[in-house]
Ligand binder design. Structure first.
Ligand SMILES: NC(=O)c1ccc[n+]([C@@H]2O[C@H](COP(=O)([O-])OP(=O)(O)OC[C@H]3O[C@@H](n4cnc5c(N)ncnc54)[C@H](O)[C@@H]3O)[C@@H](O)[C@H]2O)c1
Ligand SMILES: [Zn+2]
Ligand SMILES: [Zn+2]
Length: 372
């Protein structure tokens, strides 16, 4: 079948819309009609070259929601007509990590950067027969896609697709940075540095589990204003200003946790973030930077003698199959806001414009609505 998709041919580069040929699903694959796709900053890292792709052309997009339109003969967990979200780390359910409840670290994750997802044949081809890769085995910037069963989670049919798609990455990744990568406790003082599509959900998560003070940091006014309506108690333009306020609020101690979710992480951003946490506090890093960025310019005495912790966080340090249904339930009760995160929807053809709006600070999350 044919599918229109946004592909990247080189980095640095822009998304280009092309009509591609899509193969039938294999025995363990699921074919999805994508209804909505969120524009996570991680896809943008491929256009800048911060994250190099193993294969070009590459279909972008990993934050997707849609309807199952065909399943392979061995697929058991979903059927035609189900609504699903895509997850960027497959969960096999069998490896050591999945068995230990850490599906975000599933061994199958090694496939997501491999050309063709590590399989012999690619699912997508151009009209001239070129192999086309899929971001994180998914490629949700496409009208249709074929993905492994391990990469989809069934969701309730009453969640609108333009909100459901954010359950695929932005919502759980941000939420879990606060609730799982570090255990924010009742009464805590928390700084969230970068309150875009990911960080805004760290704000929601931290507040939900009882943080007394949630200090949002972002240079963009729209992000600060949105954070203040979704749980931040105060908002600042710089980490230095937030760190100073955290000290005032804690009798000079500092934040219990600082969660970093800026768009492009550079090593020099880390020293003030590290300095903002108290002794025994935790610095959570969700952001990605350039793949070859190395070194953390922090004081090593401060690390050891103040017993500080630096914690990486992938998918909010949670198992996707466990957390996505729980967050969907919270959304349905109104305790977790998702509709409010979607500042604007765009057609697939507008994907570059939507990313420009993300860079320009005009959207908390831009979402492609395939019905446009
Ligand atoms: N670890 C994971 O599992 C995971 C998953 C998804 C995304 N990510 C990464 O998380 C990061 C955030 O993604 P996003 O989609 O929310 O991006 P985004 O562009 O929507 O948000 C980033 C925000 O950071 C703000 N910002 C930039 N510089 C800042 C600074 N110095 N101080 C404070 N705020 C600053 C921007 O104004 C923006 O609001 C990206 O690097 C992305 O690749 C990681
Ligand atoms: Zn993402
Ligand atoms: Zn696994």
């Amino acid at each position: 079948m044919k599918s229109k998709a946004a592909i990247l041919r080189q980095a640095p580069g822009k998304w280009q819309i092309e009509e591609l040929e899509l193969s039938e699903p294999g025995p363990t694959d699921v074919q999805i009609r994508i209804e909505a796709a969120g524009l996570c900053h991680s896809d943008d890292h491929f256009t800048t070259g911060d994250t190099p792709a193993e294969h070009y052309p590459l279909i972008g997009g990993h934050e997707g929601a849609g309807v199952v339109t065909a399943v392979g003969s061995d697929v058991r967990s979903v059927e035609v007509g189900d609504h699903v979200v895509t997850i960027f780390i497959p969960s096999c359910g069998k490896c050591r990590w999945c068995a230990a409840g850490m599906g975000n670290l599933c061994d199958e994750g090694a496939r997501i950067m491999a050309p063709g997802g590590g399989k012999d044949a690619f699912n997508f081809h151009t009209s001239t027969g070129e192999n086309v890769g899929q971001m994180a085995l998914l490629g949700t910037f496409s009208q249709w896609t074929v993905v492994p069963e391990q990469s989809v989670i069934k969701i309730s049919k009453d969640i609108p697709f333009t909100s459901a798609c954010l359950l695929a990455c932005g919502v759980p990744t941000g939420w879990g940075a606060a609730t799982s990568a570090t255990n924010v406790s009742a009464g805590d003082t928390v700084i969230v540095m970068g309150v875009g599509g990911i960080g805004i959900n760290s704000v929601q998560g931290a507040r939900h589990v009882g943080a007394a003070h949630v200090l949002a940091v972002d240079p963009e006014p729209l992000k600060r204003d949105t954070a203040l309506t979704l749980g931040a108690t105060e908002a600042f333009e710089s980490i230095e200003a937030a760190a100073e306020r955290a000290q005032q609020l804690t009798n000079g101690q500092g934040a219990d946790s600082t969660l970093v979710s800026v768009g492009v992480l550079t090593s020099e951003m880390l020293a003030p973030a590290f300095g903002s946490i108290r002794k025994g506090g935790t610095l959570v890093l969700t952001s990605l930077g350039r793949y070859d960025e190395a070194g953390i310019p922090i004081n090593l005495m401060e690390l050891a003698l103040f017993q500080k912790r630096i914690q990486g966080s992938l998918f909010g340090a949670q198992a996707p199959r466990e957390v996505v249904p729980r967050l969907a339930a919270l959304y349905q009760t109104g305790a977790l806001k998702i509709d409010e995160l979607v500042t604007r929807t765009y057609g697939l053809d507008q994907v570059n414009e939507a990313y420009e709006d993300m860079h320009g600070g005009k959207v908390v999350r831009a979402v492609i609505d395939m019905t446009h």
